[in-house]
Design a protein. Structure first.
Length: 236
């Protein structure tokens, strides 16, 4: 916190003295008090609603794929996800635009696809831990159903890992949605960022960057709070 305040004070002083180009890097006071905050907050509201919808859909689809890969051992699907994980998110979005066209449907589909590999691969790694396998084998010997194994053994034993993976999933979706809005959106933070960059309104550009950074910090802090407050429920 002290370092952040020091950086702000230095930028304010350098801007006031003309040491830095305030056209590119405005003084922090100008960013805070002279940017168009209301349109930016309106764009944030639009983006948050879109992120929430995609996050819920993506989480359900990805958990289904995790279950399929785990129980049916779909090696081809896993290899496909590993390969997809090596492709930059920007390339995935551009390919989606080329195939599906411009629109929010494209942003939704490509955000889900681009966020899938990390989530699925990470959770599969937790589920295939040796400690889990021994417990599952014992449960199967006792005639426990797959559903009970999933709900009463796998999920509780790996809840910490699932929450960490969900945190990564949400961060990935945030990045993909803002990137998609920047490329093809007509509203939201990404579209607002594109417009202000085109108009070279750097005060608004820096304010949008600040809003995105603060939102990401809040999301991370929320997940950290959940992990720390429920630590006794998880396996170390």
């Amino acid at each position: 916190m002290l370092i952040d305040i020091l950086v702000i004070v230095i930028l304010e002083l350098f801007g006031y003295l003309g040491v830095i180009n305030t056209t590119i890097i405005p003084r922090p006071s100008n960013i805070l008090f002279k940017s168009d905050i209301l349109p930016i907050l309106s764009a944030l509201k639009s983006t948050l609603g879109f992120i929430a919808i995609i996050f819920i859909i993506s989480f359900l689809i990805n958990m289904l794929i995790v279950i399929i890969c785990y129980w049916l051992e779909c090696k081809y699907l896993e290899n496909l996800l590993y390969r997809l994980n090596t492709i930059p998110r920007m390339v995935i979005m551009l390919v989606g635009i080329a195939i599906l066209g411009v629109g929010y449907k494209t942003i939704c589909i490509m955000s889900i696809i681009s966020s899938m590999p990390n989530f699925v691969i990470t959770i599969l790694g937790y589920l295939r831990d040796k400690n889990n396998q021994s417990i599952i084998e014992a449960a199967e010997d006792c005639g426990t159903s797959y559903l009970n194994i999933l709900l009463k053994i796998l999920i509780p034993n790996n809840l910490r890992g699932i929450i960490i993976s969900t945190k990564i999933l949400l961060s990935s979706i945030i990045n993909s949605v803002i990137m998609g809005e920047y490329l093809i959106g007509t509203s939201g933070l990404g579209s607002s960022l594109q417009y202000n960059l085109f108009m070279y309104n750097m005060k608004n550009v820096w304010m949008i960057a600040l809003v995105i950074a603060l939102f990401s910090i809040i999301v991370n802090k929320c997940f950290d709070f959940i992990l720390k407050s429920r630590y006794m429920w998880f396996n170390k």
